[in-house]
Write a protein that binds this ligand. Structure first.
Ligand code: B12
Length: 384
């Protein structure tokens, strides 16, 4: 065969494999599937480095530990030749911010209202990967969220959308409600074009953040993000920021929900990731009574289960404290003797906001003398 014939053969194989891949992605229910190259995000390592240097990752030490691999897909897998990025729309039925007007309810962010999306997406990606590997005779690896892969810049370079000012990927068709996943392969595929930024002068997401977590457009300080504080952060939460949580007990959707591009998500949506009815607007009162076994049963298969009962109840107590509902006080008081210091500490804070001064002081007189944890003692002392 002469040179042009070889070129044609290679081009045809690339086109065939790419078409096959897109068909498989569609069959598995992915809304977007586009391809980029491993060297397509040259600016990402330096941006990741400055994020880490500023300490904006908080206690997520794994981000620092994996930064070389995270910043460069070839450092993660040297043989990778193409990266396929997948997007799945999870747009909600209604604006999740509406729940904020109901102080007796607890707000769980939209992505966590059903099965763990890691499991859902990984299962589907594995299906695509198995069929693709068999067809192409090439190696593949699939990643969702937890691997050291910078999914957002890669998705932007593949043209799924662009990184919005809230730093997440925004799509013209699905707005800000997209989960991402990736397939790395040794196969050569047809590469797609990057999408350009369509945020313009809009700053709705930045202004919507209840805790001012964006030091600048396109940059986040995770340490101030309610998503980080309720999910990733262990231990006590800074007192000054607690009131801004409102009734958000797991994650936060405000920056996503404010995005004007979401109007297309509603139009494009098929009901794929349906929320569990009992997680759409659950009662704070119910969650205050969860012990470890009931928590595990209630959140079986849900991403919420990952944070464990103690951190979860800590978050629920913040919502109780913010509710202004004295009816919740007895359930909070029952947690003053909880085995978890985080729970006891936050129960004190909630009660300081729900009870009259003298009632609070009575509880303090009852519990402070026997309290041994330094943080919890501080909670009692600060409220005096
Ligand atoms: C760590 C992490 C978090 C942290 C930190 C968030 C963050 N923005 O990094 C916390 C716990 C706060 C978090 C929260 C959430 N997360 Co999260 N998270 C991740 C994770 C594991 C890594 C992200 C990362 O690498 N961060 C490091 C920083 C440095 O990277 P970056 O955000 O891309 O930073 C870029 C910008 O700063 C940018 N930049 C800097 N300067 C400038 C200037 C210009 C002009 C431009 C254009 C860009 C730019 O360059 C950097 C590199 O690209 C990814 C999964 C993954 N493996 O990628 C999911 C992921 C980003 N999370 C996701 C989701 C859904 C959420 C939440 C919505 C969950 C919720 N409802 O509570 C919130 C959203 C909060 C927010 N606004 O980001 C999705 C986002 C999907 C999407 N459409 O983009 C991902 C991709 C998971 C997934 N597989 O679907 N998350």
């Amino acid at each position: 065969m002469d040179e042009p014939q070889i070129d044609n053969k290679i081009r045809k194989r690339r086109a065939d494999l790419t078409r096959f891949l897109r068909q498989e992605a569609e069959a598995q229910g992915f809304d977007l599937c586009r391809i980029t190259l491993p060297d397509a995000i040259p600016e990402a390592p330096a941006r990741l480095e400055s994020f880490l240097e500023a300490g904006r990752h908080g206690t997520m030490a794994w981000m620092e530990e994996t930064k070389e691999r995270r910043g460069d897909p070839r450092a993660l897998w040297s043989e990778v030749r193409s990266i396929v990025m997948f997007g799945m729309n999870y747009g909600p039925d209604e604006d999740p911010r509406r729940l904020q007007a109901q102080p007796e309810k607890a707000a769980i962010s939209v992505y966590a209202r059903n099965r763990d999306y890691h499991d859902v997406i990984k299962g589907r990606l594995k299906e695509v990967a198995t069929r693709f590997a068999a067809r192409a005779g090439e190696d593949v690896k699939v990643f969702v969220d937890t691997a050291p892969v910078m999914e957002k810049p890669l998705a932007a370079s593949a043209g799924l959308g662009w990184q919005g000012k809230h730093t997440n990927l925004v799509s013209r068709d699905f707005g800000s409600w997209l989960f991402l996943g990736s397939l790395f392969t040794t196969a050569e595929l047809e590469v797609d074009e990057a999408e350009r930024d369509h945020c313009g002068s809009c700053r709705a997401c930045l202004d919507a953040c209840p805790t001012d977590a964006f030091p600048a457009p396109y940059q986040i300080d995770a340490r101030r993000c309610i998503s980080y504080l309720t999910i990733e952060h262990k231990g006590p939460i800074d007192r000054a920021i607690r009131p801004a949580f409102g009734n958000r007990i797991y994650g936060c959707d405000d920056c996503l929900a404010a995005c004007p591009w979401n109007k297309f998500a509603a139009a494009a949506r098929e009901m794929k990731l349906v929320a569990r009815e009992d997680l759409k607007a659950p009662e704070i009162a119910l969650f205050l009574t969860l012990d470890d076994p009931t928590f595990r049963t209630y959140f079986s298969g849900s991403p919420v289960k990952r944070i464990g009962r103690d951190r979860f109840v800590r978050n629920v107590l913040i919502a109780a404290g913010n509710s202004g509902l004295p009816d919740l006080a007895p359930a909070c008081a029952a947690l003053l003797t909880d085995v978890s210091a985080d729970v006891r500490g936050m129960a004190i804070w909630a009660l300081s906001r729900l009870l009259a001064g003298e009632d609070f002081m009575r509880l303090r007189a009852e519990h402070l003398a026997t309290e041994t944890d330094e943080h919890v003692r501080q909670e009692w002392m600060t409220e005096s």
